[in-house]
Ligand binder design. Sequence first.
Ligand SMILES: Cc1ncc(COP(=O)(O)O)c(C=O)c1O
Length: 511
Amino acid sequence: MSSADIDTPLLKAARERIAQAYDAELLRTSGVSIVDLLADHVRDVENCSGRVLNWNLPEDNIAEAERLLEEGDASGAGESPADRMRSLAETILSRGQNMQDPRYIGHQVPASIPLAGLFDAVASVTNSVMAVYEMGPWATAAETALINEIGRLVGYSEGTFSGLITHGGSLANLTALLTARNVALEECWQQGVPGGDGRPVIVAHGAAHYCIERAVGILGIGTNQCLKAPLDERGRMDPARLDELLQSLKEQNLTVIAVSASACATPIGAFDPLHAIADVCEKHGVWLHVDAAHGGAACFSETYRHLIAGLERADSFICDAHKMMFMPALCAFVFYKNREHRYSTFQQDAPYLFDPSAPDIREYDSGLKTIECTKRSAAFTLWGIWSTFGRQLFADLVDVTFSMGKTFHEKLTAAEDFEPLHEPECNIVVFRYLPAEIRGWNANEIGLFQLRLRRKLIESGEFYIVPFKMNGIGAMRCTIINPLTTPEHLDLLMETLRRQGRELLGDKNHE
Ligand SMILES: Cc1ncc(COP(=O)(O)O)c(C=O)c1O
C-alpha cells in the first residue's frame, strides 16, 4: 500500500504542496535565475552604480516584509514559485547594504568574497550541520583541516594545539574565557562561581570589544570583576602596568582567570605587544587569551605578521574569518595552545548523540567542544575559497586593505580641513572633518557635527562609514575592509564629506 492510498484528501494536498518545495527542478530553475541576478548585482555594486546603503526607515522595511509574507500566504500573488523567488531576491537586494561597493568603508564586516556564498549555498541546500561527526563528516574534515593549517601558520607546534569554529567572535571569546574559567576554578562547573576571598576576576584590554565584558557577565564572574588593563598613549595594553595590576590582584587574594589582550582592539585598531604581555602572564601564572578577531588574519601576510608576534604564546585566541579573511558571516575560530584544554569547556554527556561504541570518533564530535549543539558547517566558505585560490589570496587581502589604512592617514594628514586622530596600525582609521567654519566651536559641538555629517552621508547612499567617539567627542571611523576600495575612492570620500559638510553648515546657518 503506498502512502497515497492511506492519505486523507487533506494529507494528499499537503504532500503535493510539500513536493513542490522539495522539487529539484525548481531548485535548478530558481538557482540559475537567482545566481544570474546575483552576478549582475555584484557587477553593478562593484562598479558603484547605485547607493551603498539602501536607506529605508525600519517601520517601512518591516511593513514591506510583512506584506510579502501575507502575499505568500495568498499563493505568492499568482506568480510561479520560480518568478516569486526571483522577485523576492530582488527585494532583498534592493533594500540591503551593498558591502561589495568600494564606497562601503564601514564596520569590521567585510565586502566578502562573493564566490564564497556559493559554498554557503551548498551548506544550506544540503543542511550540512555538525554536532557529531556522522552528521557532518565533510564539514568536520574541512573545519579540522583549517584549524590545523591556521594553527601552524600562527606558530603553534604540530600536534599540540586544538581549535574549533563557532558562530562569531562574541561566542568565540565566551567559549575561550569559559575554558579559562573552568581551568582556573576546577569545581566551578558543578559548584558555581565562588565569592569572597579568592573570588575570580578577568583583566581585559582597557578598550576591549564589549563582548569580553558581556562574557564575564555570562560566566557569572560579574561585570564589576572585568578589570580594565591600563593602555599606553597608542591604545595598546601596557605590560609594565599590567604586571603591577596582577601583582596587586594577587595581594588582594583575587583569582585572575585570564588576561584578555587584543590584536587588535576595536576602536582604533591598536595591537597589543603580545610577547611582553605573555612574559607578564607567564610570570604570574595567568592564562593569556587574545581577541584577534580582526587582526588574526595577519598570520597570512609576510608584511603584517609582525603585528601578531607572540600570538603563539597565548593559551587561547580567537579569530574571525568573517572579518579579515573576507568570508560571509559567520565563521570564527577558537584556538587552544594546549590540546588538553579542548575538553575543559564543558562537561556533558548525551547518549542520544555521542556514541560510546565509537570512542575514537569522539574527538571529531564538535558538540563536545562548542556551545552549539547543531552547528552550521561554517568552514565550507573558507575551506572552499582557500582550496580554489590558495592562501596567498588571504595575504593579498590583508596587504591591500592594511596598506590603505596608511594611505588614508596620509591623505587626511595632508588635508588642512581633516584631522586624523591616531596613526593607524592596520585598516581602521578614525578622524574628524574640521573645516575653518567649525574650528572655533566647542568640542561637543564639533563632535555632534561629525555624527550629523556621517548620518547625512550614509542616508544619501554615497558612502558608508561609521560613527565613533574619541575621548567622548564625536568622530568618524572607517575600516577599509573592502579590497576594491582604492585611493581614488578615499579622495572621493573626502570630497563628498566636504560637499555634504557645506550643505549641513548651510542648513545650520539657516536654522
Ligand atoms: C576585536 C573584536 N572582538 C570581537 C568582536 C565581535 O565579533 P562578532 O561580531 O563576530 O561577534 C569584534 C567585532 O567587531 C571585534 O572587533
